[in-house]
Design a protein around this ligand. Sequence first.
Ligand code: ZN
Length: 369
Amino acid sequence: MFSAHLTRRDLLLSAAAATFFVSSGEYGLAQGLKDCEDCGGIGFLPMQNRKPYFHIEGQPAPKAADAVPHRYCPKCQPDKKDADLVEEQVARLKTAQDAHKTWEKEFGSPLVRIETRHITVHTQVPLPECKEVGQGFENYAAHVQNLTGTMELTRSRPENYEMMSLLGQPAYNKFREVMEKLFTPEQRGEQWSSGRSVMAFDHPLIPVFYENQPTLRQRPPAHGVAFIGGRKQLSLQTDGKTPLWLAEGYAEYSEYVALKKNLWHTVYNANPAPVPGDWVSQLRQLAVAKQLRPWSEQMTRDLRSWEAADYLQTFGMVTFLIQAEPKKFLSFTRKLREGASDTQALEEAYSKKLTQLEIDGNKWIASRR
Ligand SMILES: [Zn+2]
């Protein structure tokens, strides 16, 4: 879908890009902190008494204290003061509109800016949909932070992770022209031309997708943001070493916890996808009927032959892995980051053979309500 070799940092080298991407504040994987079990080496933890936060352009200005994304990990950063985190937000909010205004100027028509603690979305959608976009991604972040007790699955920040959510193919084409003006073919990557004929392109610089009138009736834009944005969090956590079955399953899971429905999937071929909406019950039916594939087969399945059941099953595998034992899921993803194969990382993290994990997972899925 996109070149794994081009990182955002590579792209920052472009002078034009620097207009937009002045900061790269993603949690580093090596900040000089010791391996800390509490925070996974990030140095920060989710806030206590966490309150929802998102802001839509045009609403009263946000309070800096509300936008703080985390607190210092008391174990590995005991000398730091959380009050400084508010000051960071004061400083960030002063220039937070700059990149948005530049995009708007280049794009040539108005865009609405939405920010949460972990993403900025530039969009053409009306206000009710903007609220759903903000609330949806906020729901995702709150869920994974509460579940895992860490910031590991919410690594991006609004100043370094932007997404473009557009209405209609002409707007999409126009945005592609903007990108072609600003970036060299090398910066756009080898896959750039393949983005011409699709509705969503997960470019490492800025993911972009559009909906049109028929698709909008089926899936509000919030679903695309949660799906692509959730998948990005796992990619940051594994340092880009997410196998495709896991990337797809985690994106589906992100959408589900954000918005309680599954309306998105990556299109690998012309096969029908699962019926949109309630994937939990569709999945349970497959599990009860013992129609799920062996995990070893699912994990290596060629994406070009994916069928409806493959989307459901990867959703189910991820849901089981993260919800049944959240800390082991983190361990699994850290092992992927260190370069372990998916099977090895699973078996080590969960202290079980893959075949046993599959038995436990299928039982868990079949009993889920
Ligand atoms: Zn720590």
